[in-house]
Design a binder for this molecule. Structure first.
Ligand code: N2P
Length: 367
């Protein structure tokens, strides 16, 4: 598809995104639980990362199946899990990142998805099947993958170097925002310090904590925010730099060519976001039907062409917009993984490490 056509399509579809944000909690990226609705067999409820699906694709599913799809959104895995554990909200599907799938299994939040019933499962790229975080794909299918970068608006500021130093270094004049996402923020600090995004050594985590404490004390630190919110702050000029999931920025860059994103030279995080059926799903059959639908090559490609996120579907690859294939942050070259520059966030070993990460995050958020 030509870029101009893509732009026109984006502008058209941008007007009717399906996600519903609850205004009562605007700002923290989650929505308040709705009273549990009695299942009518005709409603599919999805809890998903924000700006992560093409509304037309959802509409087509509704029309083809005579059902209603309700999508609520979140900005971090932690917020999603907290809401599910808080009860009161009842969804069929959720969209966790690879590194919290087992956490959710242990918390008894998921039910096996019965992948033999998914006729389109075989369309997936082999590298995304039977992943280390969910052997046999018992609970999850890959949905899209996402690297995280640093973004700016060149109408206001152009960074002299593609480095995390712009945020973590000595400078104290740039205004910046960080993702409201603990593994991303701690991961970026670890990467800047030359450590793994999955570091578990207390001394490495202490160094990241000290660096982050200094960082949020800088005059230029504006806020922790969700990806779409950071994109909007860059557009509005209220920040010079923003840590952001690359697709969230590319969605904005399609509408404003002054928005840019780069992978800092020290490296960055990447994760696969999945679809899972929740244990309390009122309508698991419809949930499975939706999963099989997004595994169709045309549907899968349309979602990535709209959201600008990485696509795990082999048969969707020829249908992806060429603009995306040229984005190094969309499809990082294999060498970037081999060198460790781009690192998958993994689940932390159980025991002390998760507590250390939690403590760093609570400490930062209370400042
Ligand atoms: C979409 C963010 C998806 C990437 N707004 C998070 N892993």
């Amino acid at each position: 598809m030509k870029r101009a056509l893509l732009l026109a399509l984006l502008l058209l579809t941008a007007c009717h995104r399906v996600e519903k944000k609850d205004t009562a909690t605007e700002g923290n990226g989650t929505t308040t639980p709705k009273p549990t609705l009695k299942d009518d067999g005709k409603t599919l409820r999805i809890f998903m990362w924000s700006d992560y699906i093409d509304p037309e694709i959802v509409k087509d599913f509704e029309t083809a199946n005579g059902v209603n799809v309700v999508i609520d959104t979140y900005e971090s895995n932690e917020a999603m899990i907290a809401k599910l554990q808080g009860g009161g909200a009842s969804y069929d599907l959720a969209n966790p990142s690879n590194y919290v799938v087992q956490t959710m299994v242990r918390a008894k939040l998921l039910q096996p998805l019965q992948k033999e019933q998914l006729s389109n499962f075989r369309n997936l790229l082999p590298g995304f099947v039977n992943p280390n975080f969910d052997r046999g794909n018992e609970y999850s299918i890959p949905y899209q993958f996402a690297a995280t970068g640093l973004a700016y608006n060149s109408a206001r500021f152009t960074p002299p170097r593609a480095s995390w130093e712009l945020i973590f270094g000595q400078q104290d004049t740039l205004r910046f925002a960080l993702l409201d996402d603990p593994r991303e923020v701690i991961g970026a600090a670890l990467k800047y310090l030359g450590y793994s995004v999955n570091a578990t050594k207390p001394e490495e985590l202490r160094a990241a904590r000290d660096l982050l404490r200094k960082t949020v004390r800088k005059r230029g630190f504006e806020s922790f925010a969700g990806g779409p919110e950071i994109r909007n702050k860059l557009l509005a000029g209220s920040i010079d730099l923003g840590q952001i999931y690359v697709g969230d920025l590319l969605q904005g860059a399609a509408e404003n060519d002054k928005l840019h994103v780069f992978i800092p030279r020290e490296g960055t995080t990447i994760s696969t976001d999945t679809l899972v059926i929740l244990r309390g799903s009122p309508n698991p059959a419809l949930a499975r039907k939706f999963m099989d639908y997004v595994l169709q090559p045309g549907v899968s490609a349309a979602i990535s062409n709209y959201t600008y996120y990485g696509n795990p579907n082999a048969r969707a690859q020829p249908l992806l917009d060429p603009f995306l294939k040229d984005q190094p942050a969309f499809n990082p070259p294999a060498g970037e993984f081999a060198s460790g520059r781009i690192e998958f966030i993994n689940e932390l070993p159980r025991g002390n490490p998760p507590r250390l990460y939690d403590r760093i995050w609570t400490d930062l958020k209370s400042r």
